[in-house]
Design a protein around this ligand. Sequence first.
Ligand code: PEP
Ligand code: MG
Length: 316
Amino acid sequence: ERKAALAASSGPGATSDGHKVPLLANVGGPADVPAAVEAGAEGVGLFRTEFLFLDDSKKAPSEEKQVESYRKVLEAFPEGRVVVRVLDAGADKPLDFLTPADEPNPALGVRGLRSLLDHPDVLRTQLTALAKAAEGLPVYLEVMAPMVADRTDAKAFADACREAGLRAKFGAMVEIPSAALRARSILQEVEFLSLGTNDLAQYAFAADRQVGAVSRLQDPWQPALLDLIAMSAEAAKAEGKSCGVCGEAASDPLLACVLTGLGVTSLSMGAASIPYVRATLAKHTLAQCERAAAAARACDSAEEARVAAQAVLSGE
Ligand code: PEP
Ligand code: MG
């Protein structure tokens, strides 16, 4: 029965009453594209470009090498959306030429956008490579920055994109609670938000995502995390802009319904999860998703939130 349900699951992501929620794939490079296409992804919601940089920790890949890799991903989704994240180095992904080696607390140090703003040449080369890769393609390119903390960060990134002559939408990832709290001010500088729920949970709960002992606090059903997501989605709606999710949270079919109910406008996940999320979303109306979201937020723990949302969605 499960197999049949999945086989029947194709086409764009939507609730049973037709509220569209584009289902996008997280990819690390061209090698991940076939699986994304196979799963019926409507585009890429998170292209983690750092894998291209991890081959050589001494220097950045040449502009030509970058153009080649980006173009392969962009070509796979004609007419589709591709959201590329600029290099997110540091913390769990250190790069000798870019990130300081002697930080006492690398997750709170010079990582993500911070390291790119310290190395404008690396950011410029990447943005120029993206502009060249997209040339002549019908794809709808969006470029976003990781670890945006405030409006100053968002403006610095948007300025760098404009200076590189990039014709794309510029966005900010919401991975730091300060960005969720002041999402409307960030949206004065950029055109969309994308919630990185893995890091957002890590920073909201002061719980290292690499430390198993604190995994309870990394649970994406935590009501405080749902509050931060709701806050970001509401800000985007008020500004007439979009707010997707590209963290692990989007790959849990039940939670995907809750995220939809919170006002999230697209969901990006590993390709393997797309059919399950599509099938579950298609069984529920937007109003049900909204009720499930409200029920989850009314709880005091991740476990209770999951049970409460499940009860609403199964019509109990
Ligand atoms: C996240 O933090 O949720 C995210 C999508 O980025 P990454 O997992 O690559 O840090
Ligand atoms: Mg992240």
